[in-house]
Design a protein around this ligand. Structure first.
Ligand code: FMN
Length: 221
């Protein structure tokens, strides 16, 4: 698949079919993604991929946390306040998603609350957790971002869909326990991997983007 096609076709899939992604395909995706660049080739990532019974146990623990209203405590804290323009885009995203979901979801009872879908890991058969040493800084988070997008694009090449979601790492204590991740690693982000359920209302939405004119300032060109 051409890179431009992969970039255009990828979107955050929020409802997966239960079909597993086989181990070889996951290895192929990760092998390609590990070509991602990093500061001084430090390759700060440690990747844990969970599926099958391990992931289901973690999923159950997550759902329990949702039921018990357990506060999120991600290893990588969210900003206390977002710049106004970004806050506006977050609100637009919410409004646009709601409009789409209300339009496509004829039977309101089948429409699960989005946060609930997050806690079910969007029913994905596999989740890759990207971790790094706790002592590292945003420099290395940047590298993990490059890796994340590389994983999602490589996945597209193999017909595998994805959802990068901070919620998957919102309860790091549970993830650490089930996946046996050492304490000296921060769990930065989770990427759900699997095959999109094309008919599901959650997958009818496509987010909008800023234009080149809006986002880019050209100088001397
Ligand atoms: C770092 C990061 C964290 C995200 N966390 C979540 C999340 O917790 N739940 C969710 O539904 N989507 C999450 N997303 C998906 C974004 O909402 C999505 O990428 C954005 O709205 C653009 O839409 P698209 O991915 O479909 O193009 C996350 C994306 C990124 C890059």
């Amino acid at each position: 698949m051409e890179v431009i096609d992969a970039l255009k076709r990828r979107f955050t899939v929020r409802a997966f079919k239960p079909d597993p992604v086989d181990r070889k395909t996951l290895e192929n995706i990760l092998e390609a993604a590990l070509k991602a660049p990093s500061w001084a080739n430090t390759q700060p990532w440690e990747i844990y991929v969970a599926g099958g019974g391990v992931l289901n146990k973690l999923r159950e623990a997550y759902v329990q946390n949702l039921k018990n209203c357990v506060q999120r405590s991600p290893d990588l804290a969210a900003p206390k306040q977002w710049p106004l323009a970004l806050q506006g885009r977050m609100e637009s995203l919410r409004a646009e998603r709601t409009t789409t979901l209300e339009r496509v979801c004829l039977d309101k009872t089948t429409l699960k609350d989005l946060s609930e879908m997050n806690y079910h890991f969007f029913y994905a058969p596999a989740v890759a957790y990207l971790c790094m040493d706790r002592t590292l800084t945003p420099w290395s988070v940047f590298d993990l971002g490059l890796l994340a997008q590389s994983i999602m694009l490589a996945a597209q090449n193999y017909g595998v869909d994805s959802a990068t979601a901070v919620t998957l790492a919102a309860h790091p204590d549970l993830v650490r326990q089930e996946l046996k991740i050492p304490d000296d690693l921060s769990i930065i982000i989770g990427i759900a991997l699997g095959y999109a359920d094309p008919g599901h209302p959650q997958n009818q939405f496509r987010s909008s983007r800023r234009t080149v004119q809006d986002a880019v300032t050209f100088l001397g060109i």
